[in-house]
Write a protein that binds this ligand. Structure first.
Ligand SMILES: NC(=O)C1=CN([C@@H]2O[C@H](COP(=O)(O)OP(=O)(O)OC[C@H]3O[C@@H](n4cnc5c(N)ncnc54)[C@H](O)[C@@H]3O)[C@@H](O)[C@H]2O)C=CC1
Ligand SMILES: O=C([O-])C1=[NH+]CCC1
Length: 168
C-alpha cells in the first residue's frame, strides 16, 4: 500500500453526492452499454462470488470489476442476511473498495449500502424507461424495505403515476 492512507467516504457523504438517485443514470447507462458490448466495451466483471454463512443465515458476495473506459478498478463486498424482525441492522450491507488501476494501491473505502440501494433502483428505472407501456399509471411495489424506498424515490422522480400501491 502507498504512503497515503485510503480516503474513507461514509454513508452520509455518499448520500450527499447522490441526493437525486437519477444522478446515477448516465454512468449506469454507459456502464451497461459497455458491459453489453463484450470485449470491445472494456468491462471485466466476473460473476459474483457468493460465500454462504449458513450458521447465521447469511451470505457474503464479492463483486470485482474493471472498466477500461473509466480506467476504474474496484470491488464491492456485500453481505445479505435474513432480515430479523426487530433488528436495527439492514438486511444488506456493502462496502466499495476503489484501487489505483496503475499500481493496485487502495485509494478509497466507500460506504456501499447507499450506492447499492440507489444503483439497484436506478437499473430498474432504466429497464422501465425502455419497457414501460405509455398508458401505465399505477406504480406497484412489493415489500416496504430499503428497495421499496429507493424504487419509490427514483420512479416518482422520473415518471408520473396517478397512484402508488405498496404491499408488504
Ligand atoms: N438492499 C439493497 O440494496 C438490495 C436489495 N436487493 C434485493 O431486493 C429485495 C428487497 O431487499 P430490501 O428492500 O433491502 O429488503 P428489506 O429487508 O429492507 O425489505 C424487505 C421487505 O419485503 C417485505 N416482504 C417480505 N416477504 C414478503 C412477501 N412475501 N410479500 C410482500 N412483502 C414481503 C418485508 O416485510 C420488508 O418490508 C431482496 O430480494 C434483496 O436481495 C438487491 C440488490 C440490492
Ligand atoms: O447487487 C447487490 O449488491 C445484491 N444483490 C442481491 C443481494 C445484494
Amino acid at each position: 500500500m502507498g504512503s497515503t492512507p485510503p480516503a474513507f467516504i461514509g454513508a452520509e457523504e455518499v448520500e450527499k453526492h447522490l441526493h437525486r438517485a437519477s444522478l446515477l443514470l448516465p454512468a449506469l447507462e454507459a456502464a451497461l452499454a459497455n458491459f453489453s458490448a463484450g470485449a470491445a466495451g472494456g468491462v471485466v466483471q466476473p460473476v459474483r462470488t457468493v460465500l454462504p454463512v449458513p450458521r447465521h443465515s447469511g451470505y457474503l458476495g464479492v463483486m470485482p470489476a474493471y472498466s477500461a473506459a473509466d480506467d476504474a478498478l474496484t470491488t464491492k463486498l456485500v453481505t445479505f442476511y435474513e432480515h430479523l424482525k426487530d433488528s436495527s441492522v439492514p438486511s444488506h450491507q456493502a462496502t466499495v473498495l476503489l484501487f489505483d488501476p496503475s499500481n493496485g494501491t487502495l485509494k478509497a473505502v466507500l460506504d456501499g449500502s447507499v450506492i447499492t440501494a440507489k444503483r439497484t433502483a436506478a437499473v430498474s428505472a432504466i429497464a422501465t424507461k425502455l419497457l414501460m407501456p405509455p398508458f401505465a399509471e399505477v406504480l406497484c411495489i412489493l415489500g416496504a424495505g430499503v428497495q421499496a424506498y429507493s424504487h419509490y424515490d427514483i420512479f416518482t422522480e422520473l415518471f408520473t403515476f396517478k397512484e402508488v400501491r405498496i404491499t408488504s
